[in-house]
Design a protein around this ligand. Sequence first.
Ligand code: SOE
Length: 390
Amino acid sequence: MEKIKVGVIGTGFIGPTHIEAIRRLGFVEVVALAGSSQESAEKKAAELGIPKAYGDFRDMLKDSEIQVVHNCTPNNLHFEINREIILAGKHVLSEKPLAMDSKESAELLALAQEHGVVHGVNFNYRQFPSVQNLHAKIGHGDLGKVNLVHGSYLQDWLLYETDYNWRLAPEVGGKTRAVADIGSHWCDTVQYVTGKKIVEVFADLATVIPVRKKPMSNVATFGAQNTEEVIYEDVPIHTEDYASVLVRFEDGSKGVFTVSQVSAGRKNRLSFEISGSKSSAFWNQEEPEKLWIGHRDNPNEMLLADAALFSPEARSAIHHPGGHNEGWPDALKNMMLNYYTFIREGKDPAKDKTNFATFEDGHISMCITDAILESHQQQKWVKVQQEVQS
Ligand code: SOE
């Protein structure tokens, strides 16, 4: 059977991880890579063994062989490039955040629906086997009524004043940073797991490092550098390193989360605990095979990911026997598997259920992010408004 042909736009940290995940599927082929220049695209394409390189993504969109395009560019390019991908009639898988604000994301959602393309957003944390299993368990009522959801997403890659990245520049990363970059993942994951939407927020954001030293050469995400020989310029920072957000869900249940990119020792620690009327559950992305289940009248349990012990609906998310732990790359592969199986089976995004995040989830995320920023600025509760494309 003919493989699905794919082009990827973006040669930074995340693009190659998409390519690696796609290549594990067996029925999809990455045939093109687009970068910010012909030279950088050709260099990266050669490094990754990709046959075609484009210095301008617009030229790649004219390539009739390509059916799907991944947008792995910095945040400020998401709207324009996603729009062009859709107008070129190609299916689209975009990195989060979907756009720079909810007005842009509303427009992208409407355009994708109008053109009937399959649209996805890389909310990959919902794809971990134990997260899929918890989603199923909650759906079966194993925790009872979900009353509280609390947690955090902590990293330390921006701990030092010399840590710099395009996400720190509002004109590239957006008007919020930690919230849009990792708070979006926490909110999407807990909404997916509980099946409930966040409808109101109260937020407090802080910039812990108000002036950073920007190296006079680009540094990739999570890129460590030898600080001795680098020349720096002082740059005032106005986006948040930290946020704590109270949330209210659509059924009246409550929650709270903290995000930080300056928490030493926490590398990529998305975690949440759900307190239900019958039992509790806790999951931490840094130990993804473990799912803690808390009880009042029985010993607490630690469920290690194992298909034999999973809810039937979650077994397709786990591909190795118990103890053969699956982590971050495997969750990303699960998302690609769900997205490309949907395309291979010729399903209709207008009516068929997806097991991957779509532009609708991406838009909801932007609406939450906008509400969090407004709440911080106004220091009051703010309702999550879903911009309806006029
Ligand atoms: C940096 O915070 C980052 O790479 C995010 O941009 C990703 O979405 C997250 O998965 C890991 O951390």
